[in-house]
Write a protein that binds this ligand. Structure first.
Ligand code: RIB
Length: 304
């Protein structure tokens, strides 16, 4: 099974479902409230581990009760947590509003913001998880300096790295050159490549830039043509939170297992489509068995 390491955020999600979004100064009555496990990094790690990837997580949680629960949840999902530090800050949190079958999020980094380049460096020196990974993944809920350091390190160590630039922030071209995959959604694409035409940028980064298009699928340039791999048609969308994370975790698992980029995207689209049929960012991420039962799972995909 592929070895995947995720460097990223581990947070508690506080989720409110509402039929009316309040304007400034207004109070409205919400429909439901729940807490669930989240953080883009943890969501991606759980997605990869549930499919069977040997998955390690590097990051930080607080010494508060949330930190304890967040670590337990990762362990429960068979994610290795020896690279997760417990720091003095409170654990990370995200405040999510579900409205009209979509979501908006306010993210508070807390302990995630303490995962510094020095902590990453120490982990690389003392444990060999990054060096032994088939693929490393990172997102932007971790400090910018740490993400940059990780990109440099993986490049130096010849370990492939997938950057999911969420939430969006600027990134220099030199660093983009050093990653194996970069997977923005449409909004993140506009921040990374302001004013540039999607097709021109796709052609500049063959087999590297994969733009996720929500219900329309994902698009990339294979060196000859721009390919768009459609997503699943899902009638009963329950919660889209974390769909992008499931996509990234599943893509990483499939690609590191030896599937082509196109097949890995197709596989990831099925996983993401399944994930949005349950409430919570991690709840719906499928196992490999659930994937195999799906009508669009290709028999030719060979996972040992
Ligand atoms: O991508 C979804 C995740 O982003 C949520 O789980 C939440 O933690 C947010 O930061």
């Amino acid at each position: 099974m592929p070895k995947i390491t995720v460097v990223g955020s581990i947070s508690t999600d506080f989720v409110v479902e509402t039929e009316k979004r309040p304007s400034m100064g207004e109070t409205v009555e919400g429909k439901t409230f729940s807490t669930s496990f989240g953080g883009k990094g943890a969501n991606q790690a759980v997605a990869a581990a549930r499919l069977g990837g040997v998955t390690h997580m590097l990051g930080a949680v607080g010494q508060d009760p949330f930190g304890y629960e967040l670590l337990n949840n990762l362990k429960h999902n068979h994610v290795f947590v020896s690279g997760v530090e417990r720091v003095t800050h409170s654990s990370g949190s995200a405040f999510i509003t579900l409205f009209e079958r979509d979501n908006s999020i306010i993210y508070v980094p807390g302990a995630n913001g303490e995962y510094s380049p020095d902590k990453l460096e120490a982990c690389i020196e003392n444990q060999s998880v990054i060096q032994e990974s088939d693929l490393v993944m990172v997102q932007n809920e971790t400090p910018d300096e740490t993400v940059r350091k990780l990109i440099e390190k993986c490049h130096e160590l010849h370990v492939p790295l997938l950057l999911n630039p969420a939430p969006a922030r600027e990134l220099d071209q030199a660093l983009i050159e050093k990653v194996s995959f970069i997977t923005p959604n449409e909004t993140e694409f506009d921040v990374l490549f302001p004013g540039q035409k999607r097709e021109d940028v796709l052609r500049r980064y063959p087999n590297k830039l994969i733009i996720t298009l929500g219900s329309k699928g994902a698009t990339y340039f294979d060196g000859e043509t721009v390919q768009t791999v459609p997503s699943l048609k899902v009638e009963n969308v329950v919660d889209t939170t974390g769909a992008g994370d499931t996509f990234n975790g599943a893509f990483a698992f499939a690609f590191a297992s030896g599937l082509s980029i196109k097949d890995s995207i197709q596989f990831a689209n099925i996983a993401a489509g399944l994930s949005i049929q349950k409430v919570g960012a991690q709840t719906g991420a499928p196992t490999l068995e659930e994937m195999k039962e799906h009508e669009h799972f290709e028999k030719a995909w060979n996972f040992k």
